[in-house]
Design a protein around this ligand. Structure first.
Ligand SMILES: [Zn+2]
Ligand SMILES: [Zn+2]
Length: 247
């Protein structure tokens, strides 16, 4: 078995009856990683080397900032900045040099363009390397694996999953991939069929809920009951894009 089973959190998430059990798990795991990088791991040399090299994307640096752990965040940010400075200094020097050359009369921008491309590549790669994003991705694969495994192994889970609101559009590809990775053709066929039905039903139900949500703003409907639509906008957005309680 390639992945570790996580049956307890997956069952707990299913019982939450949300628009997507994987969203529920992702919000929790994101919080776990943010706390992890601000906890005692700050003093762990191996983790520090990784943080110095890779850092975090903008969402997760904001998330770390929101945790109000000033000292730990300061230490980590300092050494990460030192590493960033080391990486960028030659590229910035080059940009400066090529900029100066191009600014001279008759100067070409050919080398300047090359240097700019290199600098951009280095700047963009910072976001792809975010340690929290990578941790979330690893763990979410384990959860999606567990869902597929329970689907295959546990009749009670299959029943409960069939009655759930399914999975959001953001997590659906992950779940289909993990199903394809471990299930036999017949099992994969079953779960795919159920995922298709749950998704179709959810989108149609949400369309009705969000419609009533918008109509509730008409004066003539002000006194009428919200029904289930009071938070329809939030649930609708979650179904479309995944977890909305980002960092
Ligand atoms: Zn989701
Ligand atoms: Zn990130």
């Amino acid at each position: 078995m390639k992945y570790k089973l996580e049956t307890i959190p997956v069952w707990d998430a299913l019982k939450e009856d949300s628009e997507c059990l994987l969203c529920f798990l992702e919000e929790k795991i994101e919080d776990y990683y943010l706390n992890y990088y601000l906890g005692s791991s700050v003093m762990n040399p191996e983790t520090r080397v990784k943080v110095n090299q890779q850092g975090f994307c903008s969402d997760h640096f904001r998330g770390l900032l929101g945790k109000n752990k000033a000292h730990a965040l300061g230490l980590m940010t300092h050494t990460h900045l030192q590493e960033t400075l080391k990486k960028l200094t030659p590229l910035l020097k080059d940009l400066n040099k090529q900029g100066t050359k191009s600014s001279q009369k008759g100067g070409s921008t050919k080398n300047l363009e090359k240097t700019t491309a290199k600098l951009k590549e280095s700047l963009f790669s910072r976001t792809d390397q975010c340690l929290v994003c990578q941790g979330i991705e690893r763990t979410m694969r384990r959860y999606a694996f567990t869902i597929a495994y329970l689907w295959k192994d546990d009749e009670e889970f299959r029943e409960a999953f069939r009655k759930s609101r399914g999975i959001c559009l953001d997590h659906l590809p992950l779940q289909l991939d993990l199903g394809a990775e471990i299930l036999k053709p017949r099992e994969l066929g079953d779960i795919s069929q159920v995922l298709a039905e749950l998704t179709q039903q959810s989108l149609e139900r949400l369309e009705g809920e969000i419609l009533w949500y918008t109509q509730k703003f008409d004066a003539q409907n002000a006194q009428k009951d919200w029904g289930t639509s009071k938070d329809a906008h939030r649930r609708c957005i979650q179904k479309l894009i995944g977890p909305i309680k980002k960092a």
